[in-house]
Design a protein around this ligand. Structure first.
Ligand code: HEM
Length: 131
């Protein structure tokens, strides 16, 4: 039986991000939301996501943005976040095993949970407070 690879360096992060957003773009629920916002800027989005996960998982600080604000106004709810988590978990389980792979799923789930609450708050108050 072939050993799955560990998630250890930037090339692993890129494989993870490319595979995940490939699934996202083809997804009936998430595809239209992402494509509607990102349009022709997929290369830039992917570069940003390489940096985000390189920073989050490898501790190499190449991302210096604020991750939440672009999500505040997206037309999304619990179903979208559930799908996002399912696709992310599927991606990791397909490609990787080991400690970092588990950490990636754990961190993604935590951030998704926080984003879901913040989006919900933004939608119910149209407020700026949690941006
Ligand atoms: C339903 C769930 C989600 C949807 C529909 C979604 C959609 C998007 C879209 C459309 C963008 C591009 C925004 C733009 O460039 O104008 C974006 C950016 C981003 N997303 Fe998400 N996202 C979701 C969940 C998440 C989660 C859970 C994370 C983190 C684990 C995440 C991390 C990011 C980051 C880091 C950016 C780049 C922010 C920046 O501009 O610096 N997203 N997302």
């Amino acid at each position: 039986m072939e050993m799955e690879r560990q998630l250890l360096d930037l090339s692993d992060v890129k494989l993870m991000v490319d595979t995940f957003y490939d699934k996202v773009q083809k997804d009936d629920l998430l595809g239209p939301i992402f494509n509607g916002r990102i349009q022709d800027n997929w290369p830039q989005h992917l570069e940003k996501m390489y940096a985000f996960w390189q920073t989050t998982l490898l501790g190499e600080h190449t991302y210096s943005g604020r991750p939440f604000p672009p999500h505040a106004t997206l037309p999304v709810g619990p179903a979208h976040f559930n799908r996002w988590i399912n696709l992310f978990t599927q991606t990791i389980d397909e490609l990787f095993s080991g400690e970092k792979a588990e950490e990636a799923k754990w961190r993604a789930a935590k951030i998704a949970q926080m984003f879901e609450l913040k989006v919900q708050h933004f939608q119910s108050s149209s407020g700026q407070a949690l941006l």
